[in-house]
Design a protein around this ligand. Sequence first.
Ligand SMILES: [Zn+2]
Length: 252
Amino acid sequence: MRTIATRARIRKRGLASWAADLIWPPRSLLTEAMVDRPGVIEPALWGELKFLGAPQCACCGFPLPSDEGPQASCAACLSDKPAYDTARAALAYDDHARKLVLDLKRGGRRDGLPVFARWMAAAGEDALAKADFVAPAPMHWTRLAVRSFNQAAWLAQVLSRQCGKPWKPGALTRIKRRKSQAGLSASERRRNVGGAIKASSRFDAKIIVVVDDVFTTGATLEACARALRKAGAAEVHGLTLARVVRPTDITL
Ligand SMILES: [Zn+2]
């Protein structure tokens, strides 16, 4: 006999979804553990996720060792100011974040998107509040043809629904296919992506939040911000699911 809880669950999620859960029970986003609904993480691992927050660089969001006020910048941003106004990320890129990102970008796993968007909405609250729209970091069409999806566009779409701001999936285009960024140093990444991204139209006086899966060295966001500023944007902010905080973690 079904319990009241099971009957309520079937009513809420639909018979097809309930039947699918019997055959393919929802799995945790981080492990093979079974969970009660898709897109969640078992409570024991919650405390291991490294959410980013103050104290951090006012510009790039890099964690700072001590709180020196809301305008404090890291040494890198002081010596070479980025073209973007701010960059924020929900999580530090560690082993857990790497699994979430790789399942999304290589495995096409979508059940974590609502929770990722909630974390990102919290991390990018200030920029999103004033934004005119959100736009995904672009992928070259040849790469899109092979992979069939752009994980940044998935994140931007779900984030747009959650924060009530429009999204413009075609605001930026990648005009040159460059080699994969994997394994490249910061300066190599900057050279690799420089001039490869362009805005699709004028965005005069607009405030734009560019969404991506990972902030690694900031080279992609820098190229997006330069393109959008050239197209008239007043402010460009970056928002990602995760951010590399130790150079040794650049293994995407
Ligand atoms: Zn910084």
